[in-house]
Design a protein around this ligand. Structure first.
Ligand code: SF4
Length: 210
């Protein structure tokens, strides 16, 4: 799809979901980092159910850094893979305390060195905690919709991200993920896309076949 047309389609989606935003509840960059680590292989809703108790008990990197891993595991168990996630949460907090004065760094190079933080999580943090558009978060919704809308024919998140970064201006990268995730959840689901009520059906190459 040419850049101009892709931009027009995205603008229509943006208008349809004006309040698309990061669905993980958080008050600080540190809390968003913890919530994003917990969101691996888990719904945002379930993460939001466990984080109030987690953040009440461990409100800062300093408190989480000295937590017993079993205590963290007990709090985050419903999110799945809880042993590994607890290890990453405590490790992340310890690294922040040891190397970043207890603050979440705002650089990709530093973020990907934190336990449990890969490029996707770092993109979430840069875009939503610091307002920096350094990449596009490609989750399952972004992946599916990029294919259906004809924006990327690639099948790995890294390659899809590259295609999207080439197609859209940098200032849209964080919003792009939010809007596609909202559209994927509300209209263009994995099994039953609701093309009949889709605001971009006229321009979607998958509209009839879906
Ligand atoms: S027309 Fe159908 S396949 Fe295309 S984006 Fe809309 S819901 Fe998804």
């Amino acid at each position: 799809m040419p850049k101009g047309k892709a931009y027009a389609v995205f603008s229509q989606l943006q208008a349809a979901y004006p309040d698309a935003h990061c669905a993980l509840d958080h008050n600080t960059p540190f809390q968003l980092a913890a919530a994003t680590i917990l969101s691996a292989q888990c719904t945002d809703e379930r993460v939001n159910q466990v984080t109030p108790a987690l953040f009440a008990q461990y409100p800062t990197p300093e408190t989480l850094a000295v937590a017993a891993q079993e205590d963290v595991e007990a709090l985050i168990r419903p999110t799945g893979f809880f042993r590994n996630k607890a290890k990453n949460l405590v490790g992340m907090a310890r690294t922040l305390v040891a190397h970043h004065d207890g603050q979440l760094p705002d650089r990709m190079d530093d973020l990907v060195k934190l336990p449990g933080v890969g490029r996707k999580t770092a993109n979430v943090l840069l875009g939503n905690a610091f307002g920096k558009n350094e990449g596009v978060v490609v989750d399952t919704h972004v992946k599916r919709l990029s294919g259906r809308l004809g924006w990327s024919q690639q099948d790995t998140p890294e390659r899809i991200e590259r295609d999207l970064m080439a197609l859209f201006p940098k200032e849209l990268w964080t919003d792009l993920s939010h809007v596609l995730i909202f559209h994927g959840r509300q209209v263009c689901g994995a099994r039953k896309p609701q093309c009949a009520v889709c605001p971009v059906a006229a321009d979607c190459p998958s509209a009839k076949a879906a």
